[in-house]
Design a protein around this ligand. Structure first.
Ligand code: CMX
Length: 139
């Protein structure tokens, strides 16, 4: 491993948008990205679309209902960076480690998210204003 490669890898960066179709066009036309996955994640109240750009993934999030967390975010702050997701090998170990540090975790235990990953979120007020997701890829 390169000695400069330390810490958890970023799995994806998520952007909250009003209109996923419009945003997809922007990422495809201006940045050369292409759609690799679309899904409705009802438990999180979002329609998601993953766009591959080189080796990185952008997740576009469009709210399904007006009372979902992403709808609330859009009402308050408008479109923009919503969260950064870090990939881990063992989501339960990561959950326990973060819980031990007393950070505000938004789920009682890891839950199933998009692409069959197990995920949990840490509140932005405990992470310097950035909503952070940890995710473990599905088998
Ligand atoms: N990034 C940074 N700050 C955020 C934020 C975000 N995504 N969402 C909310 N905040 C800030 C608000 O601006 C507000 O700050 P101030 O107190 O300074 O005004 C504060 O957090 C509280 O915000 P709120 O509007 O009162 O919202 P809630 O506390 O009710 O909810 C949060 C915030 C993070 C707990 C909620 O959005 C949540 O549970 N998020 C996790 C789930 C989620 O976002 N799911 C969608 C994506 C799922 C997926 O990728 O599949």
């Amino acid at each position: 491993m390169d000695s400069t490669t330390v810490g958890l890898p970023i799995d994806h960066i998520a952007v909250a948008v009003h209109d996923i179709e419009e945003s997809v066009k922007r990422y495809e036309t201006l940045l050369g990205g292409h759609v690799v996955h679309r899904e409705t994640v009802s438990d999180q109240g979002v329609e998601v679309c993953f766009i591959a750009l080189d080796a990185d993934l952008i997740e576009l999030l469009q709210p399904l209902t007006s009372d979902s967390p992403v709808a609330k975010f859009l009402q308050k702050r408008g479109e923009g960076l919503h969260h950064i997701a870090f990939r881990v090998d063992d989501i339960v170990a990561q959950f326990d480690q973060i819980a031990k540090q007393g950070l505000r975790i938004l789920q009682a235990a890891p839950v199933r998210g998009a692409r069959d990953k197990m995920i949990f979120f840490v509140h932005p007020s405990d992470m310097g204003g950035v909503l952070v997701e940890f995710c473990q890829p599905g088998k």
